[in-house]
Design a protein around this ligand. Structure first.
Ligand code: GLP
Length: 241
């Protein structure tokens, strides 16, 4: 595991964008695993600049997002589909037909989840998976549990995650109570993982994830078992280490 300690959010975003850009330059037809939340927003803005400057060409890139809320339509500005278009896909030259996000409105959750894993496998697997981390150590929407879920599945969100995500919604009652997420197995099968963490609020959980026991109670702790993880975190997030 390589850990880059950077000064602040801006530096984290630039460093992360450099890593993603390097992946695309090295393998133009690569598969990027993408994350949502506030953490990667700055990185996406940096990638958009790189594309504008013709430093990176996303035309052959494919992508698979980690997760999507259940019951939220793609046109809803709180859907992760909407988020990805707003922050990245509308700003780079990626072919939208090559982007994948679980369908939160599916009538057949089981088929949707199985099909999502198949789509990822058919693309040859994820080359570089970008991850943020929740306040309770969740990755994607894999919440603390008694086991590590393998494939894409539907998950009931914890109160901590609902509270944390309430800031994006008009009221806490509007926050969906469940989501579809790549499983821990799906995430761990990525060839390379890029974990981004910023802010003092995540210092204790980041320390637990990187140096504590590997336990489904801290889902991100499983990253200790992956052989190619890059962590880019700011001084505040690394302040407990
Ligand atoms: C959400 C997403 C995660 C994200 C996490 C942290 O729950 N499903 O993929 O990493 O929140 O969000 P933020 O970056 O806003 O702290």
């Amino acid at each position: 595991m390589t850990i880059y300690k950077v000064k602040n959010y801006d530096e984290m975003s630039k460093k992360a964008a450099d890593i993603v850009a390097a992946q695309v330059v090295l393998k133009p037809e690569c598969v990027l695993g993408l994350a949502t939340g506030s953490t990667p927003e700055g990185m996406y803005a940096e990638l958009a600049k790189k594309c504008d400057n013709k430093d990176v060409d996303f035309s052959k890139v494919k992508s698979a997002n980690l997760d999507e809320y259940v019951g939220i339509d793609r046109t809803n500005d709180q859907s992760y589909y909407y988020y990805m278009n707003k922050h990245l896909f509308s700003k780079i030259n990626i072919d939208k037909a090559n982007t994948n996000i679980p369908d939160g409105m599916t009538n057949d959750p089981e088929a949707e989840c199985a099909n999502y894993d198949k789509k990822i496998a058919d693309m040859g697997g994820v080359d570089l998976q970008v991850l943020g981390m929740g306040l309770n150590g969740h990755i994607g929407f894999n919440e603390p549990d008694t086991y590590f879920p393998k494939g894409t599945h539907c998950v009931k969100l914890t109160q901590s995650t609902i509270d944390a995500n309430a800031r994006f919604f008009a009221s806490i009652d509007d926050v969906p109570k469940s989501a579809y997420t790549m499983g821990i197995g799906t995430i761990m099968s990525a060839k390379k993982i890029l974990l981004l963490v910023n802010g003092a609020k995540k210092a204790e959980i980041l320390k637990a994830a990187l140096t504590g026991p590997i336990t489904p109670d801290v889902p991100a702790s499983i990253l200790q078992l992956h052989n190619d993880v890059i962590v880019v975190a700011d001084e505040e997030a690394l302040s407990a280490m």
